[in-house]
Design a protein around this ligand. Structure first.
Ligand SMILES: Cc1cc2nc3c(=O)[nH]c(=O)nc-3n(C[C@H](O)[C@H](O)[C@H](O)COP(=O)(O)O)c2cc1C
Length: 221
């Protein structure tokens, strides 16, 4: 799969219009969520029309404009964050293709409120606000490919395209705190230790795969 228009067009949007999601958009989202939950063993839920997942501490004007969100949850496991990041990337890009904007929120929301409102089981890791944005956002400041990636020998086209896509992924605080190293058809990803490393890892892996083509390489164990 080439780097999609959705990847290039997606930017964080933190303020939303008070415009409800049409039924067909909700149906398309729900069906994709079901697929991703099945593939990733997660319990991602969609909350529409008045999701109150930002506690009083975070009730900023822009957060108050959020009407819909995904609650990113699942049975606790050491790789849960990564699987939610991976499935979440797929859902953010699906939402973008449906004409929506998104905002991955790993910290500034209430896990309790999100679990209560959605009925999601297991550990809640993040929420992803979604809806019709007040703007389309702007491209994040990005590192250069050579700052995050290296290849043993001359890099094949798939590796270069994978890195380009990985740099489009959302990461915590926009830090892009990951590296990608290629050798033959094997790619190693490392994320700097942090509370958000697992989520970043899943998000970046999804983007790299979409850019590089899943059949061209394998992830190093
Ligand atoms: C794991 C993760 C956690 C995040 N947590 C927050 C958050 O708590 N609050 C917030 O305003 N933005 C949060 N963001 C959004 C990032 O700041 C944003 O995605 C990043 O600056 C890159 O911009 P982009 O999404 O336009 O590519 C988070 C993003 C990720 C990937």
């Amino acid at each position: 799969m080439p780097i999609t228009d959705a990847m290039r067009a997606r930017h964080v949007v933190r303020q939303y219009l008070d415009k409800p999601l049409p039924d067909d958009v909700v149906a398309a989202l729900r069906s994709r969520i079901e697929e991703d939950n099945r593939a990733q063993g997660t319990d991602i839920r969609l909350l529409t029309g008045g999701a109150r997942v930002f506690g009083p501490m975070w009730g900023t004007v822009r957060a108050r404009s959020v009407r819909n969100c995904l609650v990113m949850a699942g049975p606790d496991a050491s790789d849960l964050d990564e699987r939610l990041g991976y499935g979440g990337a797929d859902l953010m890009l699906t939402a973008q293709e449906l004409g929506l904007n998104t905002w991955w929120v790993g910290g500034t929301f209430s896990k309790k409120a999100a679990a209560r409102a959605s009925g999601a089981t297991g550990r809640v890791v993040a929420v992803v606000a979604l809806g019709y944005g007040a703007t389309q956002g702007v491209p994040h400041t990005s590192k250069r490919p050579d700052e995050v990636a290296s290849y043993d020998g001359e890099a094949p086209v798939w590796f270069t395209q994978g890195v380009e896509a990985a740099l489009l992924a959302p990461t915590a605080f926009g830090k892009q705190a990951f590296t990608l190293a290629g050798s033959g058809n094997e790619v190693t990803i490392r994320c700097q230790e942090s509370a958000y490393a697992g989520q970043d890892r899943g998000l970046v892996k999804y983007h790299f795969e979409a850019g590089a083509g899943r059949d061209n390489f394998v992830w190093a164990p």
